[in-house]
Write a protein that binds this ligand. Structure first.
Ligand code: PEP
Length: 257
């Protein structure tokens, strides 16, 4: 059965005490104390200096939350001042990393070649990739959008499908308060799924979780989760408020029971 994921991307927000508080209250919340089916995964991607304290907090409360890095270096070790390798992130508790987020593609000029190297680094340490893709503007023709998505999916070719989560995140919807319409998400996610079938074959492709991200909140999450090819959400701004994230977890669990 395909896993369903709800993952919070804190981006460059929150300090150690705030994160510890957040994780401790989240771990003790009623919604997480109740047993849930094993295919429903909830994850957090804090800034890398706080992975260790998140991990410590989670093991104190025996919480079953996944931890992710927001980024890794494409190099695996050595003279790369200021970078953090996949293996170091894993050592600090990350099961995987977000890769190809639109903020990294645009602000840090990450090219497809760099993303392939990062995927290889994750693969070398048996880590999961939350691979983000999507268009920058709303004015692409269907044909150009499909071509762009195809190119973005094609670089996954050598990455094991069992370690892959894909997040469709149109850049124009990220942090703008302007989420994509369910019909648009449906069209794009159906195209991505079909292309994954071409790449990996039907059985493996159907087991790759495909998330939506871009201004998700408690008002718009449910219709998005109802879409046939969507298996969860990657949430930025709305995850920073713990009560809001708990409301999203409740909607997520109820939608997938
Ligand atoms: C993100 O940055 O991955 C994201 C989805 O952000 P937001 O929810 O704030 O649009």
């Amino acid at each position: 059965m395909v896993h369903q994921h709800l993952i919070a991307n804190f981006k460059m927000n929150l300090l150690d005490s705030e994160i510890r508080n957040y994780v401790s209250q989240l771990s003790q919340s009623d919604v997480l104390k109740k047993p849930r089916p094993v295919h429903l995964k909830i994850g957090l991607a804090p800034s890398s200096p706080y992975l260790l304290s998140c991990q410590a907090q989670l093991s104190k409360t025996s919480s079953t939350l996944d931890l992710y890095a927001q980024n890794i270096s494409q190099a695996t070790q050595g003279a790369h001042t200021g970078e953090v390798s996949a293996q170091q992130m894993r050592d600090c508790g990350a099961q995987g990393s977000i890769i190809g987020h639109s903020e990294r593609r645009s602000l840090h000029h990450e090219t497809p070649e760099i993303l392939v190297q990062k995927m290889e680094a994750l693969n070398q340490f048996k880590m999961r990739a939350i691979y983000c893709l999507g268009e920058e503007t709303t004015d692409l023709s269907d044909q150009n959008l499909d071509q762009l998505l195809k190119e973005q999916v094609d670089i996954l070719r050598d990455f094991p499908s069992t370690q892959l989560i894909i997040a469709y995140e149109p850049k124009w919807a990220i942090g703008t308060g302007r989420e994509a319409e369910p019909q648009h998400i449906h069209r794009v996610s159906t195209y991505i799924r079909q292309h994954l079938v071409n790449l990996y074959g039907q059985e493996r492709a159907l087991n790759i979780p495909l998330l939506y991200g871009g201004s998700v909140n408690a008002k718009n999450l449910s219709p998005i989760l109802d879409l046939e090819n969507i298996n969860g959400a990657l949430v930025g701004s709305a995850s920073l408020d713990l009560d809001h994230f708990i409301a999203l977890i409740e909607l997520f669990i109820n939608a997938n029971l």
